[in-house]
Ligand binder design. Structure first.
Ligand code: KG4
Ligand code: ZN
Length: 368
């Protein structure tokens, strides 16, 4: 009997100890739950991240721009206003999160369309203020680079990231989440613009990149030859390519009005092949000059199958360790804002409520 009582007391103590130990563990490692907002262009996106893991990632793409062949800023701001609340509610529901569970609000403050940025920033500020939690302003391009940290095999530091989007083309050297330097960038158009403008010339809707990628899969990339620009160093140029495509299509369509229709796959494959070779040649040069073999890609154009294949293949030939973000983290999304916000939270890099969004703002960490 006495034995039994001792046993139950010890058992009770152990249970109490285990409970206390578990609770103190929870107290000593608090959960960092971040709600992140991305509204820099034509995607209204909200994600929830807990201690670096993405719990939900909701993206509403605005189809209103398709008919105009590009993003119409005023229409984008209006669509963000309509979508921001339902997208936020959906992200919270999917993550199983209540407002009281949130530790901080992260939002894109730059660069982007100013009206679109204003919607996300005002919404984020209001949430942070009403919940009494910190606000974290995130730079969109830094977030694209750090989207690689969400990959299954995240890169080791230092790494080089080729960021290729609708508005930017950069090679970034990244030594830590908050230590980045642009070592090459476009002097005119972005790679995504080259895809989108070519698509427009071919009569395809915006955004043209995914459609060119689709047609290119059935085409011959060596059929038509477009020039490779000669730009010194690690910088890029795409405006000459755009002009040569324009004159080529005009000339061929003048001779044969069905030229585009009859050759769409070969045209797309040839244009894509040239854009990819321009990007790859500079990336190889950057890796050689810096001696860095951890290589990543990011941004909407990193969803391109030709570029993804070329990076993997070149990586194998040159002994690179290649990281490519999952598709859903290539084009604009809020998961990349959330993971960047998570690192900024740990570094206590908070923003005042007076922070203003900026169409062109460069962050301290990215020295241009
Ligand atoms: O990063 P992102 O979503 O927005 C910006 O920050 O600009 O990039 C959008 C760009 C557009 O130019 C779009 O045509 C391009 O990414 N894009 C692609 C593909 N998917 C999106 N370009 C080529 N191939 C794709 N599969
Ligand atoms: Zn982007």
């Amino acid at each position: 009997m006495g034995d039994k009582r001792i046993k139950s007391t010890v058992w009770g103590f152990l249970c109490k100890f285990a409970a206390h130990h578990f609770t103190s563990q929870l107290i000593s490692t608090p959960l960092i739950t971040i709600l992140a907002i991305e509204t820099s262009c034509d995607e209204t996106a909200v994600a929830i991240c807990r201690n670096g893991a993405i719990l939900s990632n909701i993206i509403a793409s605005q189809s209103v721009h398709e008919q105009f062949g590009g993003v119409v800023p005023e229409l984008a701001s209006r669509a963000h206003m309509e979508l921001i609340t339902p997208v936020t509610e959906k992200a919270m529901k999917k993550a199983g999160i209540e407002p009281g569970d949130l530790t901080a609000i992260a939002f894109t403050y730059a660069p982007g369309l100013i009206g679109s940025l204003l919607v996300g920033s005002q919404f984020g500020k209001s949430l942070a203020m009403s919940l009494g939690i910190p606000l974290i302003g995130v730079h969109h391009l830094q977030a694209h680079v750090l989207s690689n940290l969400l990959a299954e095999n995240p890169p080791r530091f230092p790494f080089l990231c080729l960021t290729v989007s609708g508005g930017h083309t950069q090679i970034v050297r990244c030594d830590a989440p908050d230590k980045m330097e642009v070592i090459g960038e476009t002097i005119d158009d972005a790679a995504g613009e080259a895809f989108d403008k070519t698509a427009k010339l071919l009569g395809l809707p915006y955004p043209g990149g995914p459609l060119i990628d689709k047609y290119a899969k059935g085409g011959d990339p060596s059929r038509f030859r477009f020039p490779e620009p000669q730009v010194p160093g690690l910088d890029f140029s795409f405006s000459g390519l755009k002009t040569s495509i324009l004159y080529f299509l005009k000339e061929e369509s003048f001779k044969n009005s069905s030229f585009i229709e009859n050759n769409i796959a070969d045209i797309c494959a040839s244009v894509q092949g040239r854009i990819v070779s321009i990007l790859m040649n500079k990336l190889i040069k950057a890796a050689t000059l810096t001696g860095i073999k951890n290589i990543c890609i990011a941004g909407g154009v990193s969803a391109n199958s030709g570029l993804r294949n070329a990076v993997v293949l070149t990586g194998k030939e040159r002994g690179w360790s290649v990281t490519i973000p999952p598709f859903e983290y290539c084009t604009d999304n809020a998961a990349m804002i959330a993971i960047t916000g998570f690192y900024q939270y740990q570094a206590k890099s908070f923003s005042p409520l007076s922070i203003s969004p900026s169409a062109n703002g460069a962050p301290d960490a990215i020295k241009q």
